[in-house]
Design a protein around this ligand. Structure first.
Ligand code: AMP
Length: 385
């Protein structure tokens, strides 16, 4: 691979190895792949300038010091791991990596090391709450409790605030295309005020220097309080997808009337802007779902299922949903009953990352279609209820 240069320990110890070129703001920092609705993952290249904009904003906001101790709960394929590592190391703080066993319910790990910065998907807190681990006063050492990556249910945020009473709880929001997180909402310290929030904690306002606009179906700015599509702009926004000019033109199209010099990204998230809370998350415009914080385009699962079952009659649905309507897994319907479900699942496992593999296959001899001859998702969903 001539375009890659591997630097192993021996090479670094050799004289002159330290003369690596310092990257400039336009150099690539990382390329992350995220689920694609056309059936193949899409790459998002982020530049050093994007990452530095994020790190400057969060360093100013959270003021980490060399005395801080951070959690490192995110897999390196998730951009939230960039926050863990570089916000921490930039301040000279210490990063604590849990074992695989401690990753899902890391309460002992946080307590043993007196960690001060928590950062996870809300699912981790939901899981701890379900196991009745999240007791009031559990985490006295935490001073920041940050959540990101999927909707944060208010009841989970409230339980966490009681469990980490010396910390400030924030809900961060952002797609990979806008570098880690680009808006944040701070939970009120007063429990009575927190209890008044919507069931899903708002996503707040963009970081200083970044922009968010809500547009209506015509592409013009939606009035305050009206639901619309969220577009993000500013120095955190990527320039486009890797080698996908078609998709880049569609999703990185600046909204009407905005500064053409600024990068914009159309998120596909439905939101409403309110004077009190800033942006309130209402769900997706498309079939993208979050499974334990992992971004999944159900069409990508269906493309793999179609190949696995050698059939066009396949459908993937987010199921089950928890009490707040958030997805916990994927169920697949296949319009043939002459192939063992395990064989289909095995083929899916070879094509998809573990979190995208359906938890069960439901074979159907009678495939429900709508007036356009396409899979009737409404009827399929009824079969689950
Ligand atoms: P990813 O690119 O994996 O970070 O996924 C980005 C998507 O995750 C966003 O477009 C949202 O749909 C969802 N998301 C991220 N953070 C939040 C949040 N705090 N609340 C609701 N949805 C979120």
């Amino acid at each position: 691979m001539p375009q890659h240069r591997f630097l192993c320990r021996d090479a670094l110890e050799r004289p002159g190895a330290s003369r690596l070129r310092r990257p400039g703001p336009d150099d690539g920092a990382y390329l992350l792949f995220t689920s694609g609705s056309t059936g193949a993952p899409k790459g998002v290249p982020l530049r050093h300038a994007n990452v530095m904009a994020y790190l400057r904003a969060t360093t100013a906001r959270y003021q980490p010091t060399p005395d801080d101790r951070f959690t490192q709960l995110f897999d390196l394929t998730f951009d939230l791991s960039v926050h863990d590592m570089f916000l921490c190391w930039g301040a000279g703080a210490a990063l604590y990596c849990p074992s695989d066993a401690a990753r899902m319910a890391p309460q002992e790990f946080v307590r043993r090391h007196d960690l001060t910065f928590w950062f996870s998907v809300p699912s981790t807190a939901t899981y701890m709450q379900r196991l009745r681990i999240l007791r009031p006063g559990l985490f006295p050492s935490l001073r920041w409790s940050l959540f990101c990556g999927e909707a944060l249910p208010r009841r989970i945020a409230e339980a966490w605030a009681a469990a980490a009473p010396n910390s400030t709880v924030e809900n961060l929001y952002g797609p990979t295309e806008a570098t880690i997180a680009i808006t944040a909402y701070r939970l009120p310290a007063d429990p009575d005020a927190a209890a008044q929030l919507p069931d899903i904690v708002p996503i707040g306002r963009p970081f200083p220097g970044q922009a968010a606009i809500v547009i209506d179906a015509e592409g013009t700015p939606a009035p305050m309080g009206e639901a619309g599509k969220l577009c993000l702009g500013g120095s955190q926004v990527a320039e486009g997808y890797w080698r996908r000019p078609d998709l880049t033109a569609e999703r990185f199209l600046p909204p009407q009337g905005t500064d053409p010099g600024m990068g914009w990204y159309r998120t596909g998230d439905r939101v409403r802007e309110t004077a009190e809370h800033g942006l309130v998350f209402l769900g997706r415009m498309d079939r993208q779902v979050k499974i334990n914080g992992h971004r999944v385009e159900l069409q990508e699962v269906e493309a793999a299922l179609g190949r696995a079952a050698a059939s066009d009659c396949v459908a993937a649905l987010a199921w089950p949903l928890d009490a707040g309507g958030l997805a916990r897994g994927i169920v697949a319907f296949v319009g043939r009953d002459d192939m063992p479900a395990e064989a289909i699942l095995e083929a899916c496992r070879r094509m998809l990352p573990p979190y995208m593999v359906p938890s069960q296959i439901r074979p159907l001899s009678d495939w429900p279609v709508n007036d356009h001859g396409k899979a009737d998702y409404k009827r399929l969903r009824q079969l689950l209820e």
